[in-house]
Ligand binder design. Structure first.
Ligand code: AMP
Length: 273
């Protein structure tokens, strides 16, 4: 594996499969890398904790970082390039534009983290400009991010192919996240309620057909948990908007705080008819 903190022209002589990350890597990231490796293209993983997507400087500072361990894991996975740019390389003289994530970017995660998705699209756009990959992969764990990246790439002149990776969970259903390492053992047990609430809403919705009732009943059932819910919502997966008569694919999204740490999760499914 070659370590790079700048990209030079010789890299562009090959077709690249890009896996952007913020590091503190786990099996969720590794699954994306394994999928990328199957393409036969050269793989490039970036580790860059992007300050523009944090609206809270404490959150940015406490975000877990473990570069040496990450580098050893990537080496084992036979990744071709590890790209660890300095902030000044990303947002220096050649940095031109903030990308707006529009109305959808202001909802759900964007409502609680103003500017978050503008920061995400801005760094993704900038990394794509620098790395010039043929393909890139994002995890379904960050559903709103995946939706907005695909939407942005669809609207731009970029013909980068965007692939999706399934959510990797531990044996208790907790979606792997770099932020899980910030929780106590007890906090990690409480965090299992995220997936349990998603499953409960789904079952109730399939039984009753009523969105609001299913959400309210689930919130009531779990009101004594130490997970503080920010939002729990059923959406049309294709529009990230309200479910209507034409909806075929649904997504249930959830966000909450445990011990002051924000965690998100989601499940998706199809409906007949
Ligand atoms: P991050 O380092 O949190 O910015 O994540 C980098 C990429 O890994 C994003 O595309 C995430 O959606 C993806 N990812 C993070 N956690 C998981 C997970 N548990 N399963 C699948 N993909 C994930």
């Amino acid at each position: 594996m070659k370590n790079l903190n700048k990209i030079t022209n010789e890299l562009y002589e090959q077709e690249l499969f890009f896996i952007p990350t913020m590091g503190s890597l786990h099996e969720g990231h590794f699954s994306l890398i394994k999928k990328a490796k199957k393409s036969g293209l050269k793989t490039i993983v970036s580790i860059f904790v992007n300050p523009k997507q944090f609206n809270d400087s404490n959150d940015y500072e406490q975000y877990p970082r473990s570069l040496d361990k990450d580098s050893a894991s990537l080496q084992k996975l036979n990744v071709d390039y590890l790209f660890t740019p300095h902030e000044s390389y990303i947002y220096g003289d050649n940095f031109k534009e903030i990308i707006s994530s529009g109305v959808i970017g202001e909802q759900f995660e964007g409502l609680s983290r103003p500017g978050h998705f503008d920061g995400v699209l801005t760094v993704v756009n900038r990394l794509f400009e620098i790395v010039k990959p043929k393909k890139a992969i994002f995890g379904k764990k960050d559903a709103q991010q995946l939706f907005l990246v695909k939407d942005y790439i669809g609207r731009s002149n970029n013909n980068i192919e965007i692939l999706e990776g399934e959510i990797i969970r531990d044996k208790h259903g907790l979606a792997l996240s770099s932020r899980n390492s910030l929780l106590s053992n007890e906090g990690r047990v409480i965090a299992r309620d995220l997936k349990k609430q998603l499953d409960t809403v789904k079952q109730m919705y399939l039984k009753t057909g009523y969105i609001e009732v299913s959400i309210e009943q689930t919130l009531e059932d779990y009101k004594n948990t130490r997970l503080k819910i920010d939002y729990l919502q059923i959406l049309d997966k294709d529009t990230f908007g309200v479910v209507d008569g034409s909806t075929k694919k649904l997504i249930i999204i959830i966000a909450g705080y445990i011990e002051g740490i924000r965690l998100i999760d989601n499940i998706d499914f199809r409906i007949e008819g």
